[in-house]
Design a protein around this ligand. Structure first.
Ligand SMILES: CCC/C=C/C(=O)SCCNC(=O)CCNC(=O)[C@H](O)C(C)(C)COP(=O)([O-])OP(=O)([O-])OC[C@H]1O[C@@H](n2cnc3c(N)ncnc32)[C@H](O)[C@@H]1OP(=O)([O-])[O-]
Ligand SMILES: NC(=O)C1=CN([C@@H]2O[C@H](COP(=O)(O)OP(=O)(O)OC[C@H]3O[C@@H](n4cnc5c(N)ncnc54)[C@H](OP(=O)(O)O)[C@@H]3O)[C@@H](O)[C@H]2O)C=CC1
Length: 268
C-alpha cells in the first residue's frame, strides 16, 4: 500500500485563490516548474516562466493562456545576474507587477566528490544557489518596492541529509534553505515572505536522467515510507498555500514534500 495521489489543486483550493497576482516561475517549462506554472494559472494568477531554452517554455505559455490569464515566456540563465535583471524587465513589461517568485530552476548530476571538477561544482552550485540568490535579490527589490509578496524556493531533502554523490547539489540546496531564512528575517517588515519547499524524489524527466530506473527502484524499496516516488502534482498544494494569503504568517519555513524520505527507514 502506498500513500495516495495528491488531488488536483482545483479540488482543494478556491479557483480564484490567486486572482490578481502575477507569479514568475523559473524553470517553468518542465517538470515541477511546469506543474506549478499551470496551477498558478488555474487559480487565476498571470504567470511568467523563464529558463534557458524557449523550446520548453513556448508550449507551456500557450497552456497558461488557454486558462484565460496572461502569460510571458522569456529566456534567462539564472547564473548571470545581468540576465536575471533583463528577465525581470521583460516580465514587468509583458505581464506587469510580479507578486510571487518561485525559484524552481535547478540542476544536478550524481558524481563522487573526489571526481567533481571545478566547473562541475560551479555549474550546479551556480544554478541552484547563485541562481536563487540572483532571482531573489533582483525580484526581491521589486517586491519591497511594491509593498510585499511571496518567494518560494525549491530546496531538496539533501539540504538537511547528506547523501552520496550530492556534494554540489546538497551544499547548494542547504544554501538555498539558509538564504530563504535570512531574507525572511530581513524582509518581513516589507511584507515579503520567503519559504522553502523541499521535494524528496519526484518523478520528472530531469531527475530520471540523473538517477535512472534502477536507483529509483532502490529508493522506493529502501528509503520511502510512501512506497512510491513523488509526482510534480504532489508539490503543488504546499507551494500554492505558501504563495497565498492563507500563509500570511508563514515565513522562513521549510516544508518537505518527500513521502517520508527524511524519516529513519528502520527502528534503530
Ligand atoms: C534529491 C535530489 C536533489 C535534486 C534533484 C534535481 O535537481 S533533479 C533536476 C535535474 N535537472 C537538471 O539537471 C536539468 C539541468 N541540467 C543541466 O543543464 C546540466 O545537467 C548541467 C547541470 C551539467 C549544466 O549544464 P551546462 O551546460 O551548464 O554545463 P556543461 O554540460 O558544460 O557541464 C559543466 C561541467 O559539469 C560536468 N558534468 C556534467 N555532467 C556530469 C556528470 N554526470 N558527472 C560529472 N561531471 C559532469 C561537465 O563535465 C563540466 O565540467 P568540465 O568537464 O568542464 O570540468
Ligand atoms: N525532481 C526531483 O526529484 C527533485 C527536484 N528538486 C528541485 O526541484 C526543481 C525542479 O526540478 P525538476 O522539475 O525535477 O527538474 P527539471 O530538470 O525538469 O527542471 C529544471 C529546470 O531548470 C531550468 N534550468 C536549469 N538550469 C537553468 C539555468 N542556468 N537558468 C535558467 N533555468 C535553468 C531548466 O530549463 P532549461 O533547460 O530551459 O534552462 C528546467 O526547466 C529544481 O530546483 C530541483 O533541484 C529537488 C529535489 C528533488
Amino acid at each position: 500500500m502506498s500513500l495516495p495521489e495528491t488531488p488536483p489543486s482545483m479540488e482543494l483550493f478556491a479557483p480564484d485563490l490567486l486572482a490578481g497576482e502575477t507569479a514568475l516561475v523559473t524553470g517553468g517549462g518542465t517538470g515541477i516548474g511546469k506543474e506549478l506554472a499551470l496551477a498558478y494559472a488555474d487559480h487565476g494568477a498571470n504567470v511568467a516562466i523563464a529558463s534557458r531554452s524557449m523550446d520548453h517554455l513556448e508550449p507551456v505559455a500557450e497552456a497558461i493562456e488557454d486558462r484565460g490569464v496572461e502569460a510571458c515566456a522569456t529566456t534567462v540563465d539564472v547564473r548571470d545576474r545581468d540576465d536575471v535583471e533583463a528577465m525581470l524587465e521583460t516580465v514587468l513589461a509583458e505581464v506587469g507587477d510580479v507578486s510571487i517568485l518561485v525559484n524552481n530552476a535547478g540542476a544536478n548530476f550524481l558524481c563522487p566528490a573526489e571526481e567533481l571538477s571545478a566547473n562541475g561544482w560551479r555549474s550546479v552550485v551556480g544554478t541552484i544557489l547563485d541562481g536563487t540568490a540572483n532571482c531573489t535579490f533582483t525580484v526581491g527589490e521589486h517586491l519591497i518596492d511594491r509593498g510585499g509578496g511571496a518567494i518560494v524556493s525549491m530546496g531538496a531533502t539533501n539540504s538537511v541529509r547528506g547523501a552520496p554523490y550530492h556534494a554540489h547539489s546538497g551544499a547548494g540546496k542547504a544554501g538555498v534553505h539558509n538564504l530563504m531564512q535570512t531574507v525572511a528575517a530581513e524582509w518581513a517588515r516589507h511584507g515579503v515572505r520567503a519559504n522553502t519547499v523541499a521535494p524528496g524524489v519526484i518523478r520528472t524527466e530531469g531527475v530520471m536522467d540523473v538517477m535512472g530506473e534502477t536507483v529509483a527502484e532502490q529508493v522506493i524499496d529502501e528509503d520511502l515510507a510512501a512506497d512510491r516516488l513523488g509526482t510534480p502534482a504532489d508539490c503543488v498544494p504546499v507551494t500554492l498555500f505558501l504563495s497565498s494569503p492563507a500563509a500570511a504568517y508563514v515565513t522562513g519555513a521549510y516544508y518537505a514534500v518527500d513521502g517520508g524520505q527524511l524519516l529513519a527507514p528502520t527502528p534503530m
